[in-house]
Design a protein around this ligand. Structure first.
Ligand code: HEM
Length: 470
């Protein structure tokens, strides 16, 4: 049965009236722009000042909307676990709804659960092992092609790398590691076309003009989405044909075409397109930020680079497997510390579908609510010297991340917890192996110390580094 036949009306699509928040304290909001400029400039500073002044519940205004921030790990747990089914993710994330509609994060409650059960099939171990095999071949080729003994900007390079990797691992294109050179050239050109459209689509999510008026980023984004929908619809036919001929199946897109839940429910073609489109967005910039923060850590802390290089060397150059990645314990601490210091998604929005009580306030239905894994992970109550790069805080002896169930939550939690968490961890570890088995990394002139957190954290100046042969 196609899952569309099971669907009821999504409870969260009805719009709610603007709530009265006058009883909740908060800084005075300048007309129209509200606190947008202060938050875009330094969201952590804005929210820390507000917490110090107003306590753990306060209101603020951003992009023309009033919202209520609930701070601290208990609030994070309350909102993300959502035991009373109060909070809509779809209405919280409405800023991306026009371009990424019907993606998993833009679904709520039972409808979300049904779709998530199907997507889960594409993340099972045998499929993950296939992705890893594809990833290894690509990573070796892509990392080996980076220039040595010359300064180059790591962040744009790693973004380009993850897009290329996406062509092979996510979409199953032949990018040149196979034997057929002519077909690889054509397939690389096709990946580039898809990536160009995808970049336009993502850019539109942060455009100031929210309607697709001529010459706006939103217009280009909406057109790119239409083009991608058409391209992905054809890709479904291409990948199914490949499977029918006895080939393929080892890429994410094909897995999504084949995915069923335990009851045999599957997606319609339109749903595959919607989910894939969202998934590319969810996977790409987040992983690029994580890899850039890891690279910053390795360049800035040579002692940790040496420890990770030893760990990689202990794998003896054998082909990576899911098991061998599990042996990279210290690499995992560094990854966790990178995500703690620079979480790709530091703030999570929701919309309350019912009134609720928190922190001594009655918060009305329709309220935009924000919680922050980023601020929780930077909190001195949970982490010793929280601004310091100190991966050993994740060692079993110290386990600072166990001080609260939501002390470490860069992947969120509850029903919408990142479904790609293990995939991202696998990709970051495989990248670290590809890099440190052949190169060492040092800061180059102008190496970034400053990071911009919005719309997605990235190093100002692109993180110049120098690679040398290991
Ligand atoms: C370091 C990398 C990543 C980080 C930090 C990250 C973070 C997150 C967070 C915080 C959420 C929850 C958002 C919310 O509750 O509002 C989320 C959801 C999601 N992520 Fe990731 N993500 C990463 C990589 C990936 C990858 C590689 C994939 C796919 C292969 C992926 C796919 C998704 C999807 C589909 C959702 C929606 C889940 C749902 O609504 O049920 N993410 N991610």
């Amino acid at each position: 049965m196609a899952i569309a036949d099971l669907q009821d009306a999504q409870p969260s699509t009805r719009e709610l009236p603007p709530p009265d928040l006058s009883h909740i304290p908060g800084p005075a909001a300048p007309p129209l722009i509200g606190h947008t400029v202060a938050i875009v400039k330094d969201g952590y500073a804005f929210h820390r000042t507000a917490i110090a002044r107003y306590g753990e519940v306060y209101r603020y205004r951003m992009f023309g909307n009033q919202a209520v921030a609930l701070s601290g790990p208990d609030a994070l747990e309350f909102v993300l676990m959502d035991r009373d089914r109060i909070f809509s993710s779809q209405l919280g994330w409405d800023v991306i709804r026009r371009l990424f509609s019907r993606g998993l994060m833009l679904r709520d409650f039972d409808d979300h659960r049904r779709h998530r059960r199907i997507m889960q099939a594409a993340f099972k171990s045998p499929a993950m092992a296939d992705y890893l095999a594809r990833m290894n071949v690509e990573l070796d080729r892509l990392v080996a092609a980076w220039p040595v003994d010359a300064s180059f900007r790591f962040y744009p390079a790693v973004k380009a790398l993850t897009l290329r990797l996406g062509g092979a691992v996510f979409m199953g294109f032949d990018t040149g590691s196979g034997s057929n050179r002519a077909s690889a050239t054509a397939e690389n050109a096709e990946i580039d076309r898809i990536n160009t459209a995808f970049i336009e689509e993502v850019r539109a999510t942060v455009g100031l003009v929210r309607s697709p008026l001529p010459f706006t980023a939103m217009r280009r984004g909406v057109r790119s989405r239409a083009w991608l929908n058409d391209r992905f619809a054809r890709l479904i036919a291409e990948r199914r044909a490949r499977v029918a001929q006895g080939g393929g199946g080892d890429d994410f897109f094909t897995q999504m075409c084949l995915a069923t839940d335990e009851d045999g429910n599957r997606w319609s073609d339109d749903e595959i397109v919607d989910h894939f489109n969202f998934l590319l967005m969810a996977a790409h910039d987040t992983t690029s930020t994580a890899l850039a923060k890891m690279a910053w850590a390795l360049a800035a802390h040579p002692e940790w680079q040496a420890r990770l290089a030893d760990e990689v060397a202990a794998l003896d150059g054998a082909p990576l497997t899911l098991d061998s990645l599990n042996r990279l314990e210290q690499t995992e601490w560094v990854f966790k510390e990178a995500l703690r210091l620079m979480p790709p998604v530091p703030f999570l929005p929701r919309r309350a579908m019912q009134a609720f009580d928190w922190g001594g306030y009655r918060i009305p239905a329709g309220t935009r609510v924000q919680v922050s894994p980023g601020l929780v992970m930077a909190s001195p109550e949970l982490y010793t010297d929280p601004d310091r790069f100190d991966p050993e805080r994740f060692s079993p002896d110290r386990a600072e991340d166990r001080r609260h169930r939501f002390a470490w939550a860069p992947f969120g939690g509850g029903a919408h917890k990142c479904i790609g968490m293990n995939f991202a961890t696998m990709q970051v570890k495989a990248f670290t192996v590809a890099l440190l088995s052949r190169r060492r990394l040092a800061p180059a002139d102008g190496s970034a110390t400053a990071w911009r957190r919005l719309p997605i954290p990235q190093p100002v100046g692109g993180l110049p580094v120098t690679l040398t042969v290991a």
